[in-house]
Write a protein that binds this ligand. Structure first.
Ligand code: TYD
Ligand code: MG
Length: 449
């Protein structure tokens, strides 16, 4: 037997090296290299090369796009209308976030045969979860298996329309020497499942854990192999969960699905704005309502800021649910263009409800919340604030202005502050008073009282 040699693979990006390195030269992440065996190459002698398969573009079949509906509206929308037969969807997320719950609920509503393969839990545990979720479907077969060859056999023999593999970290190919959960195994198993999905024309959902320190190979390594990558995220301490598309060969990557975890499983959240604003305390300074587009939907959210004098030389800046660097820029703009002396203040910023936003349209609300708490003035609690803030303190236009105005109006807000440049694209008639502003100073004058 030839001597096994060792290589090192970055669990973040899949980069390979022959020696261990502290920092990955490709993706620059630290401490992500893990040791793996180099698989021996099979004989490269080629014999009897066949034709390969070539066919003409078929316009007929391109028109009929049959999707397998999960019948969970939020899930289907993120997928781009349902599962595409022949495709592989990867759902990544922290352990315990609710991935198995989500796929079990989806399995129970899919109207075609589903094979649920689990290497994580026993059949008994699966049954208990199904009972808790009140699953009635007769279409689900459960298989507790980690050996990929047996899983493939089951797919061949039972021809399910949907296969769920929970999780890819526990699945292994017996012909490889590497242990289950190593990057080689994960990558090879996924590639094999991908081929099988195309051949059998079934949809495969793969679940993958991600850990913050990248100790287990994250779905990052798999992103370019699979068709769709969904991220299931949320704060463990909050009951909201967000399903976000990171890559989708068959749909948009802008869509998100919002769920709430209950005792009896995940429930879809349709009126997201009402929920995110439900705990709002109206009579406090530092709280401003804004509108963020999540996919094609506007969601109203509360931005909270707390500004306190710093007793040390180095003030703290903490942002939850918002980009830290963006916060630093906005603080500098407030300091320079609105004359707020923030350099000696601790600033804490929070997007209520455990949601994360990275849309510049919330800049102005962040500035107003900080200014409100700093100057101890109330921000009008019937006002929604939107606008991107430039380095000159100017308020820049944002997209989807009408949708945002409609949502604010629908929820009974009285006033909405919008960028001046957006006013010409507002055509509809609304109950809500629309106030255009040009710069951050005039916005602060309108919002704070
Ligand atoms: P699970 O789906 O097992 O997470 P994952 O597969 O991502 O590791 O769900 C984990 C958590 O969800 C667990 O702490 C219990 C909770 N949970 C509920 O609150 N309600 C439920 O109906 C179910 C099934 C789970
Ligand atoms: Mg699980």
């Amino acid at each position: 037997m030839a001597k096994n040699r060792i290589k090192y693979i970055c669990s973040n990006c899949g980069h390979e090296e022959l020696r261990w390195m502290g920092k990955c030269p490709s993706c620059e992440s630290w401490n992500t290299f893990s040791e793996e065996l180099i698989e021996e190459k099979k004989s490269s002698k080629k014999k009897n090369i066949g034709e390969g398969s070539i066919s003409k573009l078929d316009f007929e079949s391109q028109q009929i796009e049959r999707r397998i509906k999960t019948n969970i509206e939020e899930f289907d929308r993120v997928l781009g209308g349902g599962l595409m037969p022949g495709s592989v969807v990867l759902i990544g997320g922290d352990p315990g976030i609710g991935k198995s719950t989500l796929v079990m609920q989806a399995a129970s509503r899919i109207e075609s045969p589903v094979l649920y393969v689990t290497g994580e839990e026993s059949a008994n545990q699966i049954n208990l979860r199904a009972k808790r979720l009140k699953v009635q479907s007769q279409q689900i077969s459960v298989m507790t298996e980690t050996d990929l060859d047996l899983i493939i056999n089951a797919i061949e023999n039972h021809s399910p329309e949907v296969v769920i593999v929970d999780s890819i970290q526990t699945t292994y190919r017996p012909d490889l020497d590497n242990a289950a959960g190593t990057i080689t195994q994960i990558r090879e198993c996924t590639a094999e499942l991908m081929q099988r999905a195309k051949k059998k024309h079934c949809a495969i959902i793969i679940i993958g854990h991600v850990t913050k320190d990248g100790a287990i190979a994250g779905p990052k390594v798999l992103e370019h192999i699979v068709d769709t990558v969904l991220q299931f995220e949320g704060e463990r301490s909050h009951s909201y969960r967000i399903l976000r598309a990171q890559k989708n060969r068959f749909g948009s990557t802008n869509e998100i699905g919002i769920f709430e975890m209950h005792e009896d499983g995940l429930r879809e959240v349709k009126n997201a704005s009402e929920i995110f604003l439900s705990e709002r305390e109206k009579e406090i300074t530092g709280s401003v309502v804004t509108s963020s587009m999540e996919g094609s939907r506007p969601i109203l959210l509360e931005v909270q800021a707390l500004v306190t004098p710093s007793s040390y030389g180095n003030p703290q800046r903490v942002a939850t649910g918002f980009d830290y660097r963006r916060l630093s820029i906005l603080l500098a703009v407030l300091e320079k263009r609105a004359n707020l002396r923030l350099s000696a203040q601790n600033v804490f910023l929070n997007i209520a409800g455990g949601i994360r936003i990275d849309e510049p349209a919330v800049d102005l609300a962040v500035c107003c919340a900080i200014a409100s708490n700093y100057s101890d003035k109330y921000a009008d609690n019937n006002t929604v604030v939107i606008g991107e803030v430039g380095l000159g303190g100017e308020v820049r236009s944002v997209g989807n202005i009408e949708k945002r105005i409609q949502e604010a109006s629908k929820l009974g807000f009285k006033k909405i502050i919008i960028p001046n440049n957006n006013i010409k694209s507002v055509n509809g008639k609304y109950q809500i008073e629309i106030v255009p502003v040009e710069n951050i100073l005039s916005a602060l004058n309108r919002v704070l009282n």
